[in-house]
Structures are given as structure tokens and as C-alpha cells.
Design a protein around this ligand. Sequence first.
Ligand SMILES: Cc1cc2nc3c(=O)[nH]c(=O)nc-3n(C[C@H](O)[C@H](O)[C@H](O)COP(=O)(O)OP(=O)(O)OC[C@H]3O[C@@H](n4cnc5c(N)ncnc54)[C@H](O)[C@@H]3O)c2cc1C
Length: 380
Amino acid sequence: MNNVAIIGAGPAGLSTALKLKELGVEATVFEEHEHIGEPVHCSVLISKKGLDELGTPPGESLLNEIKGAKIFSPNGTMLTVKKKETVAYVVDRKKFDQALVRKARLYNIHVATDTKVIDVRNNTLFVQTSGRGELRKAEYVVGADGANSTVRHLLGLNPPKESYVHTMQATCSGKFDDKMVQVHFGDFAKGFFAWVVPLSKERAKIGLGSTLGENVSENLKKFISEKFSGTRPFQYDSALIPCGAPLEGITKGNLALVGDAAFQTKATTGGGVVFGMKAGNVLGETIADVLKNKAQISDYEKRMEPLNKELKLHWKLRRYANSLRNEEIDSLFKKLKEKGIEEFLEKEGNMDEPGKFVGKLTTNPKYFFMMGTALKFLRS
Ligand SMILES: Cc1cc2nc3c(=O)[nH]c(=O)nc-3n(C[C@H](O)[C@H](O)[C@H](O)COP(=O)(O)OP(=O)(O)OC[C@H]3O[C@@H](n4cnc5c(N)ncnc54)[C@H](O)[C@@H]3O)c2cc1C
């Protein structure tokens, strides 16, 4: 019998395992893939502040450093937000996950690869290792099994299909401004946006996301050929991003969810690495308290409140953006530009915690013009 079984060796699961170990609790991590970090479905942009707070420098996974963003409305109005210092890292996601696994193994955490968890009944896990069925026992089971989580179904949580963004992404060669990411709004990416994340001056990930039902593959090919005709896409990947409020009811009996499985992703950008890792730390601390100090597993949800507050704000901002028609976004960009939003965001912008600047924005008379509609969402 293990103390804890963690399903999924992504950033959220591995952070949970490492925090448990730090607090003296043994955990085994089960990963269905043979090779950690594969396949890669990520644009690999991670906030510097977030990784600093986690004490996880990018190390040898670092590919590039980003200073700002160019954001385009549907008619091409551009907002540029650029800081003097690095705001985000572009990492090699495979190397990033592999470094976390190396750290886990260094601390004698068992990470069982090529081991898929098929079902969980109370303390029994039904696993398939290299195609062979086996039973494992654990007191607590953590579902860190990503956007298509099996454990989430076991908890009876089945978010509607509209809560996911379907993404398609291509690694492209061409010429890129390697210090700036790009964000494009338009019909090619309904309900989300298209992005360019430069890996270097010669390579970038260009992708887009749409609410389910759109032909993201066709839309991406068209987007690239129309806006980046000089680039050559050579490797495609496709995946889902959970895009909604963080789920409630993420603990039941001996089960708990973390990371994408719990919708702990920023609904504004789809980024989930930093929040998943922070939530992993909270869950690890809670389970250690449950085993040692008779806390309740449901305390995890209470302890998640500060992080959930920010995640809910991301979701409100996403709903607000999705409520606007193209012409409204164009006119909003024009007005915001006139009112100096670029300078404002240069000073106050924060990739992970919109709470830090939305408060200042709502009390600044220059931006009162947008409060009618925005407040409806922010207060909801
Ligand atoms: C196109 C795209 C771009 C993105 N770009 C960014 C970005 O730039 N920055 C950012 O921060 N985030 C980004 N994200 C989101 C980010 O990838 C996720 O939020 C993050 O990987 C979530 O971590 P996790 O540990 O919760 O889940 P995952 O990283 O998905 O890990 C889950 C693991 O569980 C394993 N697993 C699943 N089921 C089982 C099972 N039954 N048994 C055993 N193992 C199982 C999987 O193989 C996987 O390894 C992007 C996502 C997409 C789709």
C-alpha cells in the first residue's frame, strides 16, 4: 500500500509528488507514456515570475526569453506591450518535464512509466503496465491526468464540451521577432485566439484555438498562409485546453484532482503550467496534513481559494472577450490605444494575476468608458 498514487507525470502531478516527499509522505507516480514529456502539446511560454515563485528555474530547458506581446484586433489594430526585463520564458517542454522527473527520482520518488491507470475503486488501482494488467493499492489517489482526465469522470465531474478549446499548432521556420509573442483575435479562432511564440529568430510555434466544432486545422493553414506567407510549417500537433472556471467538488472520498484535470488553467491564455504546479504544492501539503494531522482532504479546496480567485478572474475576462463582436473588439482596441493602455500594461501588466492590474484599471477614470459591459462580467 502506497500512501499516495498520483496519476500523470506532468507538472501538476510531479509537483504534488515532490511536495509530499518534502513533507515525508511517499508517493508513486503513474505515467501512461513510455517517455516523459511526450507527446508535446504546449506553446511552452511560462511566466518568469511564476517560475521564480515556484523556485523552478528553467535550467537547460530554456530556449528563449520574452519581453512583451503584440496583440492584434480582428481588423489589425495593434497594441504593443513591451517591458525592459524578461517577462516570460520559452522552454523546451519535454526537457522541462524531464527535469522535474529527474528531480523526483533524485528524491527516490518512484515514477512508473508505460503504466496506464484504467480504473480506481476505493484503494485499488487497475493499471496496465506494458500491456499487462495489474492491481496497485494506495490510501489516496490524485488525478493529475490532464485535460482528458479519467479520474475526473470517477468524481462524477463531466464539464460540457463547450468548456474546451480545440487547438492546432505548427512549429514553423521563418523570420521572427524573438523577443515578442503575438496574439491575434478574429474569426479564424472563435472563442479564443491565434498565437505566435518565437523559439528563436528562425523558429516559432504558430497556433490557434477555437471552441469545439470549428475546423482548427483548416483555419490554422489559412491563418499561416495569409499572415505569415514567408514561413514554413513543418510539424503539427493538436490538443484540448480546459477553458472555464476552476472546477468545484474536486475531492471525494480518497480522490483529488489537480492541474488541467481540475481546470486550473488560465482561461485568458490557456496557460496551465504555473497554476498546475502551485496547485500541486497546495494538494501535497493538504494530503500530508490529512495523513499526519487529521486534516480533511476537502481542505484542499479551501486552501485553493486564493489561486481560484485569480483563475476565476481569468475566466471572467475570457467570457467578456468572447461576448464582444469583431467590430466591438476593433473599437475597444482603438479606444484603449488612444487612452494609453500600452503604457499602463507595460507598468502594471501581470501574466498570471490579472487581479493585480484589473483593480487599478477599473478605478482609473481614463478607462471608465469600457466599464458598462466589463463590470457585468467582473461582478458576475
Ligand atoms: C496547444 C497548447 C498550448 C499550450 N501552451 C501553454 C503555454 O504556453 N504555457 C502554459 O503554461 N501552458 C500551456 N498549455 C497548457 C499546458 O500544457 C497544461 O496546462 C499543462 O501541461 C497541464 O499540466 P498537467 O500536469 O495538469 O497535465 P499534463 O501536462 O497534460 O500531464 C498529464 C499527464 O497524465 C498522463 N496521463 C493521462 N491519463 C493517464 C492515465 N490514465 N494513466 C497514466 N497516465 C495518464 C498523460 O500522459 C500526461 O503525461 C498549452 C496547452 C495546449 C494544448
